[in-house]
Ligand binder design. Sequence first.
Ligand SMILES: [Zn+2]
Length: 427
Amino acid sequence: MRKKPGVFTWLLWIALAGCCVAVAALAPGTIDAYNAYTVERDATPTPTALTQSVLMVTLDPNNTPTPTPLILSLGTTGDAVTRLQTKLKELGFYTNAVDGQYGQGTAAAVKLFQSQMGLTADGLAGTATLSALYATTAQTYIPTPTPSPTPSLLSKGAQGGSVSALQERLKALGYYTGAVDGDYGAATQEAVRLFQSQNGLEVDGVSGSVTLAAVYASSAPPVTITPTPDPATLPLLVNRDNPLAESYKPANLVVLRNVLPASLVYVKGSDIQGDREAVAALQTMLLAAKDDGITSWQVSAGYRSYQYQQELFDQQVATFVSQGKSRADALSATRLTVADPGTSEHQTGLAFDITVADTIFKGTKQQLWLDKNCWDYGFIVRYQEDKEKITGYVAECWHIRYVGISHSTVIRDHDWCLEEYINAMKQ
Ligand SMILES: [Zn+2]
C-alpha cells in the first residue's frame, strides 16, 4: 500500500519536472534519463520523516542557536577594531594608526599580545584574546631583545651592532642614558658597571658572557635610582683647596685598641683614635674579611690632630733639608707625600691607614680584598692611581676614608674620586 504523497513530494515533482523539461528542451536525448529518474524516485521512500525532524530541531524553542563568536581578524573593520587598536596601543603592543582596519600591523600586535599573555599566537582576536586584552590584568608590552649573534665579550673600545644592541638594552632598562652609537666608550662602560653593581655581578665594566646573559635575561631588572644625597649631608671634603681649621677636632673619637679585638686587627699605636661610627664600620668590614678568610690586618694610622700633622710635615722637610735640598725644594718634595697641616684627611677621624705588618701592602690578598670590598662598608680607597691629578696625591692603596654606604657605593659605581663625587652632587 502506497502512502499518499505529502506536500513536499508534490513540490519535489514539480521542481524536478521543471528542471528536466528545461534539460529536455536543450537535449532531447535526455528524456530517457528523466524517465529513469522518475522510476527511481518512486522506488525510494518519501523523505517526509526526515524533513519533519529537521524542522523540529530548528524550531525547538529550548535549543536556541549559539551566536557566532565575534572574531576580529584580517580584513575586519569598524568600531570593534578601533577599540582593539586603541587598547593594544595603550598597552604598547601596537604602534600604527588607530584606523579601525584590521590589517597586518594589527594582526602582528595581536600576536605579540597573545604570545606575551601565553595565548595561542594566531593573530586572531577571538573571545579568549579579547577578554585577556580588556581585563585589568592585561600586561603592557615587554620588548624581548632580538637575539643577535653577540660576541662573548665586549669591553671599552668595542664597536658595532652588538654594542648598539647592548646600549639599546641598557637604555631600555634605564642604566644607560647616552646615545646608541655602537661605540663602547666611557659612558657605556659606566652603564655596565652600574648594571653589574646593582645585579650582584663582578663590577669591572666589561660585558663578558655572565654580564651579557644577565643583561639580556627577560628577568633583568630596571635600574634602581639612587636618591640624590642631600648636599648638606655630603661627606666632608678635605684637600689642599678645602683645609680644616687648626681647631677642628672630631667630636666622637674612640681609641681603637679599646674597641677592636686584637684577634681581629693589630692596632699599631696604643693612642690611635678614630670616629666612633667609622671605627664600627671598620670592625664590621674586618669581620666580613675574616669570613672570607682574609686576616692579619694592621691599622697604622687613624685620627691625627692639626698639630701632629704639622710635626710630621716639619720633620719631613727637615729630613730633605739635611739631605742637601733647598728649603723650597724640600717643601715641594714633602708635599708630594705629606699633607700640609689642615689638609690631611686624618684630621677628620674618618681615615685609616690599613696594612699588613712588615709587608709591602700593594698586591697582597688583603689589599685586593680591601680594594674590592671596602665600598660595601662605607669606605672608599681615597687616593687612586688614575685620579692623582684630581686629588693631588700619589696613589695610596692603604688609605681608606669612611663616607657611609649611601655615598661609597655611588662613588664606586661611577668610578669617581671624592672630589668628582662632590662636584657631581652639587650640580
Ligand atoms: Zn692615610
